[in-house]
Design a protein around this ligand. Structure first.
Ligand SMILES: CC(C)(COP(=O)(O)OP(=O)(O)OC[C@H]1O[C@@H](n2cnc3c(N)ncnc32)[C@H](O)[C@@H]1OP(=O)(O)O)[C@@H](O)C(=O)NCCC(=O)NCCS
Length: 242
């Protein structure tokens, strides 16, 4: 399946969701997603995702967001009937219930989630979620972005490219918005393939005490993030899982 066809199916739903508002005290739309035309750097990424040849770009943050992987699964947005299967995928992939529990709490508390599933022969086998993250900058300002967590593939479906497809589909869609960054706390051997870099090399710290190499950032808007350093904070719901 071609990534652009996946995106064209669910992207309008995504934009409608992030524009619909959130609970009091929480930003409904991370960094004004979907509100303004893409920056030149982002426009370059979008052109490449649409089929143009990969180009070298200063900073290189976007170089891994291109098409080319043969699909095993159909990637689409979460639907109401997916809820139980998403819980099962996360519980089995992580071998515990904490991630799945946070997803369910977030679903009821935060409208600006990006939740995609991977389906093979009608069976939900993988899931990825992006939720709001606030970067409390050292200069006292706040920059709103997204956090990738969790990413899960059923054990029997791992190592077949499904996690890669979920991550690429989500990140490519986010790259078409004005979201300036995505952070992830995870395996330092896995996420750099999507363009993530050590967050500390951008002056970005995690709110939790974690191994330095495990906290990574994908800068999507180089201009907006230039000189921005500080502490990235996930939604409070995540505290229960850490
Ligand atoms: C991590 C996970 C989502 C990857 O999904 P997947 O569909 O199995 O991965 P893909 O087939 O797309 O990619 C396979 C690659 O990922 C690497 N990989 C898989 N799990 C990894 C891990 N735990 N740490 C580092 N690399 C890992 C493989 O070594 C392989 O690398 P290669 O392409 O260089 O050979 C999946 O293994 C999973 O659900 N794990 C349990 C839950 C988890 O740890 N989630 C991530 C939290 S940060």
């Amino acid at each position: 399946m071609v990534l652009s066809s996946v995106l064209s199916r669910w992207e309008p739903l995504y934009l409608a969701t992030v524009a619909s508002g959130g609970p009091p005290g929480h930003p409904a739309t991370p960094a004004g997603i979907g509100e303004s035309p893409p920056s030149p750097a982002r426009a370059s990424l979008i052109m490449r995702r649409s089929g143009g040849a990969p180009e070298t770009e200063p900073g290189g943050s976007h170089r891994n967001l291109q098409e080319g992987t043969r699909s095993v699964a159909q990637i689409r947005r979460e639907q109401p009937e997916d809820v139980l299967s998403i819980r099962e995928v996360n519980d089995r992939a992580f071998g515990r219930g904490s991630e799945g529990a946070v997803i369910e709490i977030l679903r009821g508390a935060c409208e600006s989630l990006i939740s995609l599933v991977a389906v093979v022969d009608g069976r939900l086998v993988g899931h990825i979620l992006f939720s709001p993250v606030e970067l409390e900058a050292d200069d006292g300002t706040t920059v709103r972005g997204l956090g990738l967590a969790p990413l899960a593939v059923l054990p029997e479906w791992q190592m077949q490219g499904i996690g890669t497809e979920l991550a690429r589909a989500g990140l490519a869609a986010i790259a078409e918005t004005t979201c300036p960054f995505v952070v992830v706390l995870g395996h330092s051997g896995y996420y750099p393939r999507f363009g993530f870099e050590k967050a500390s090399s951008h002056g970005i710290r995690c709110q939790w005490h974690v191994a330095e190499e495990a906290f990574m950032v994908l800068v999507l808007d180089v201009e907006a993030m230039r000189g921005v350093s500080g502490v990235a904070r996930y939604r409070a719901e995540w505290d229960a899982a850490t």
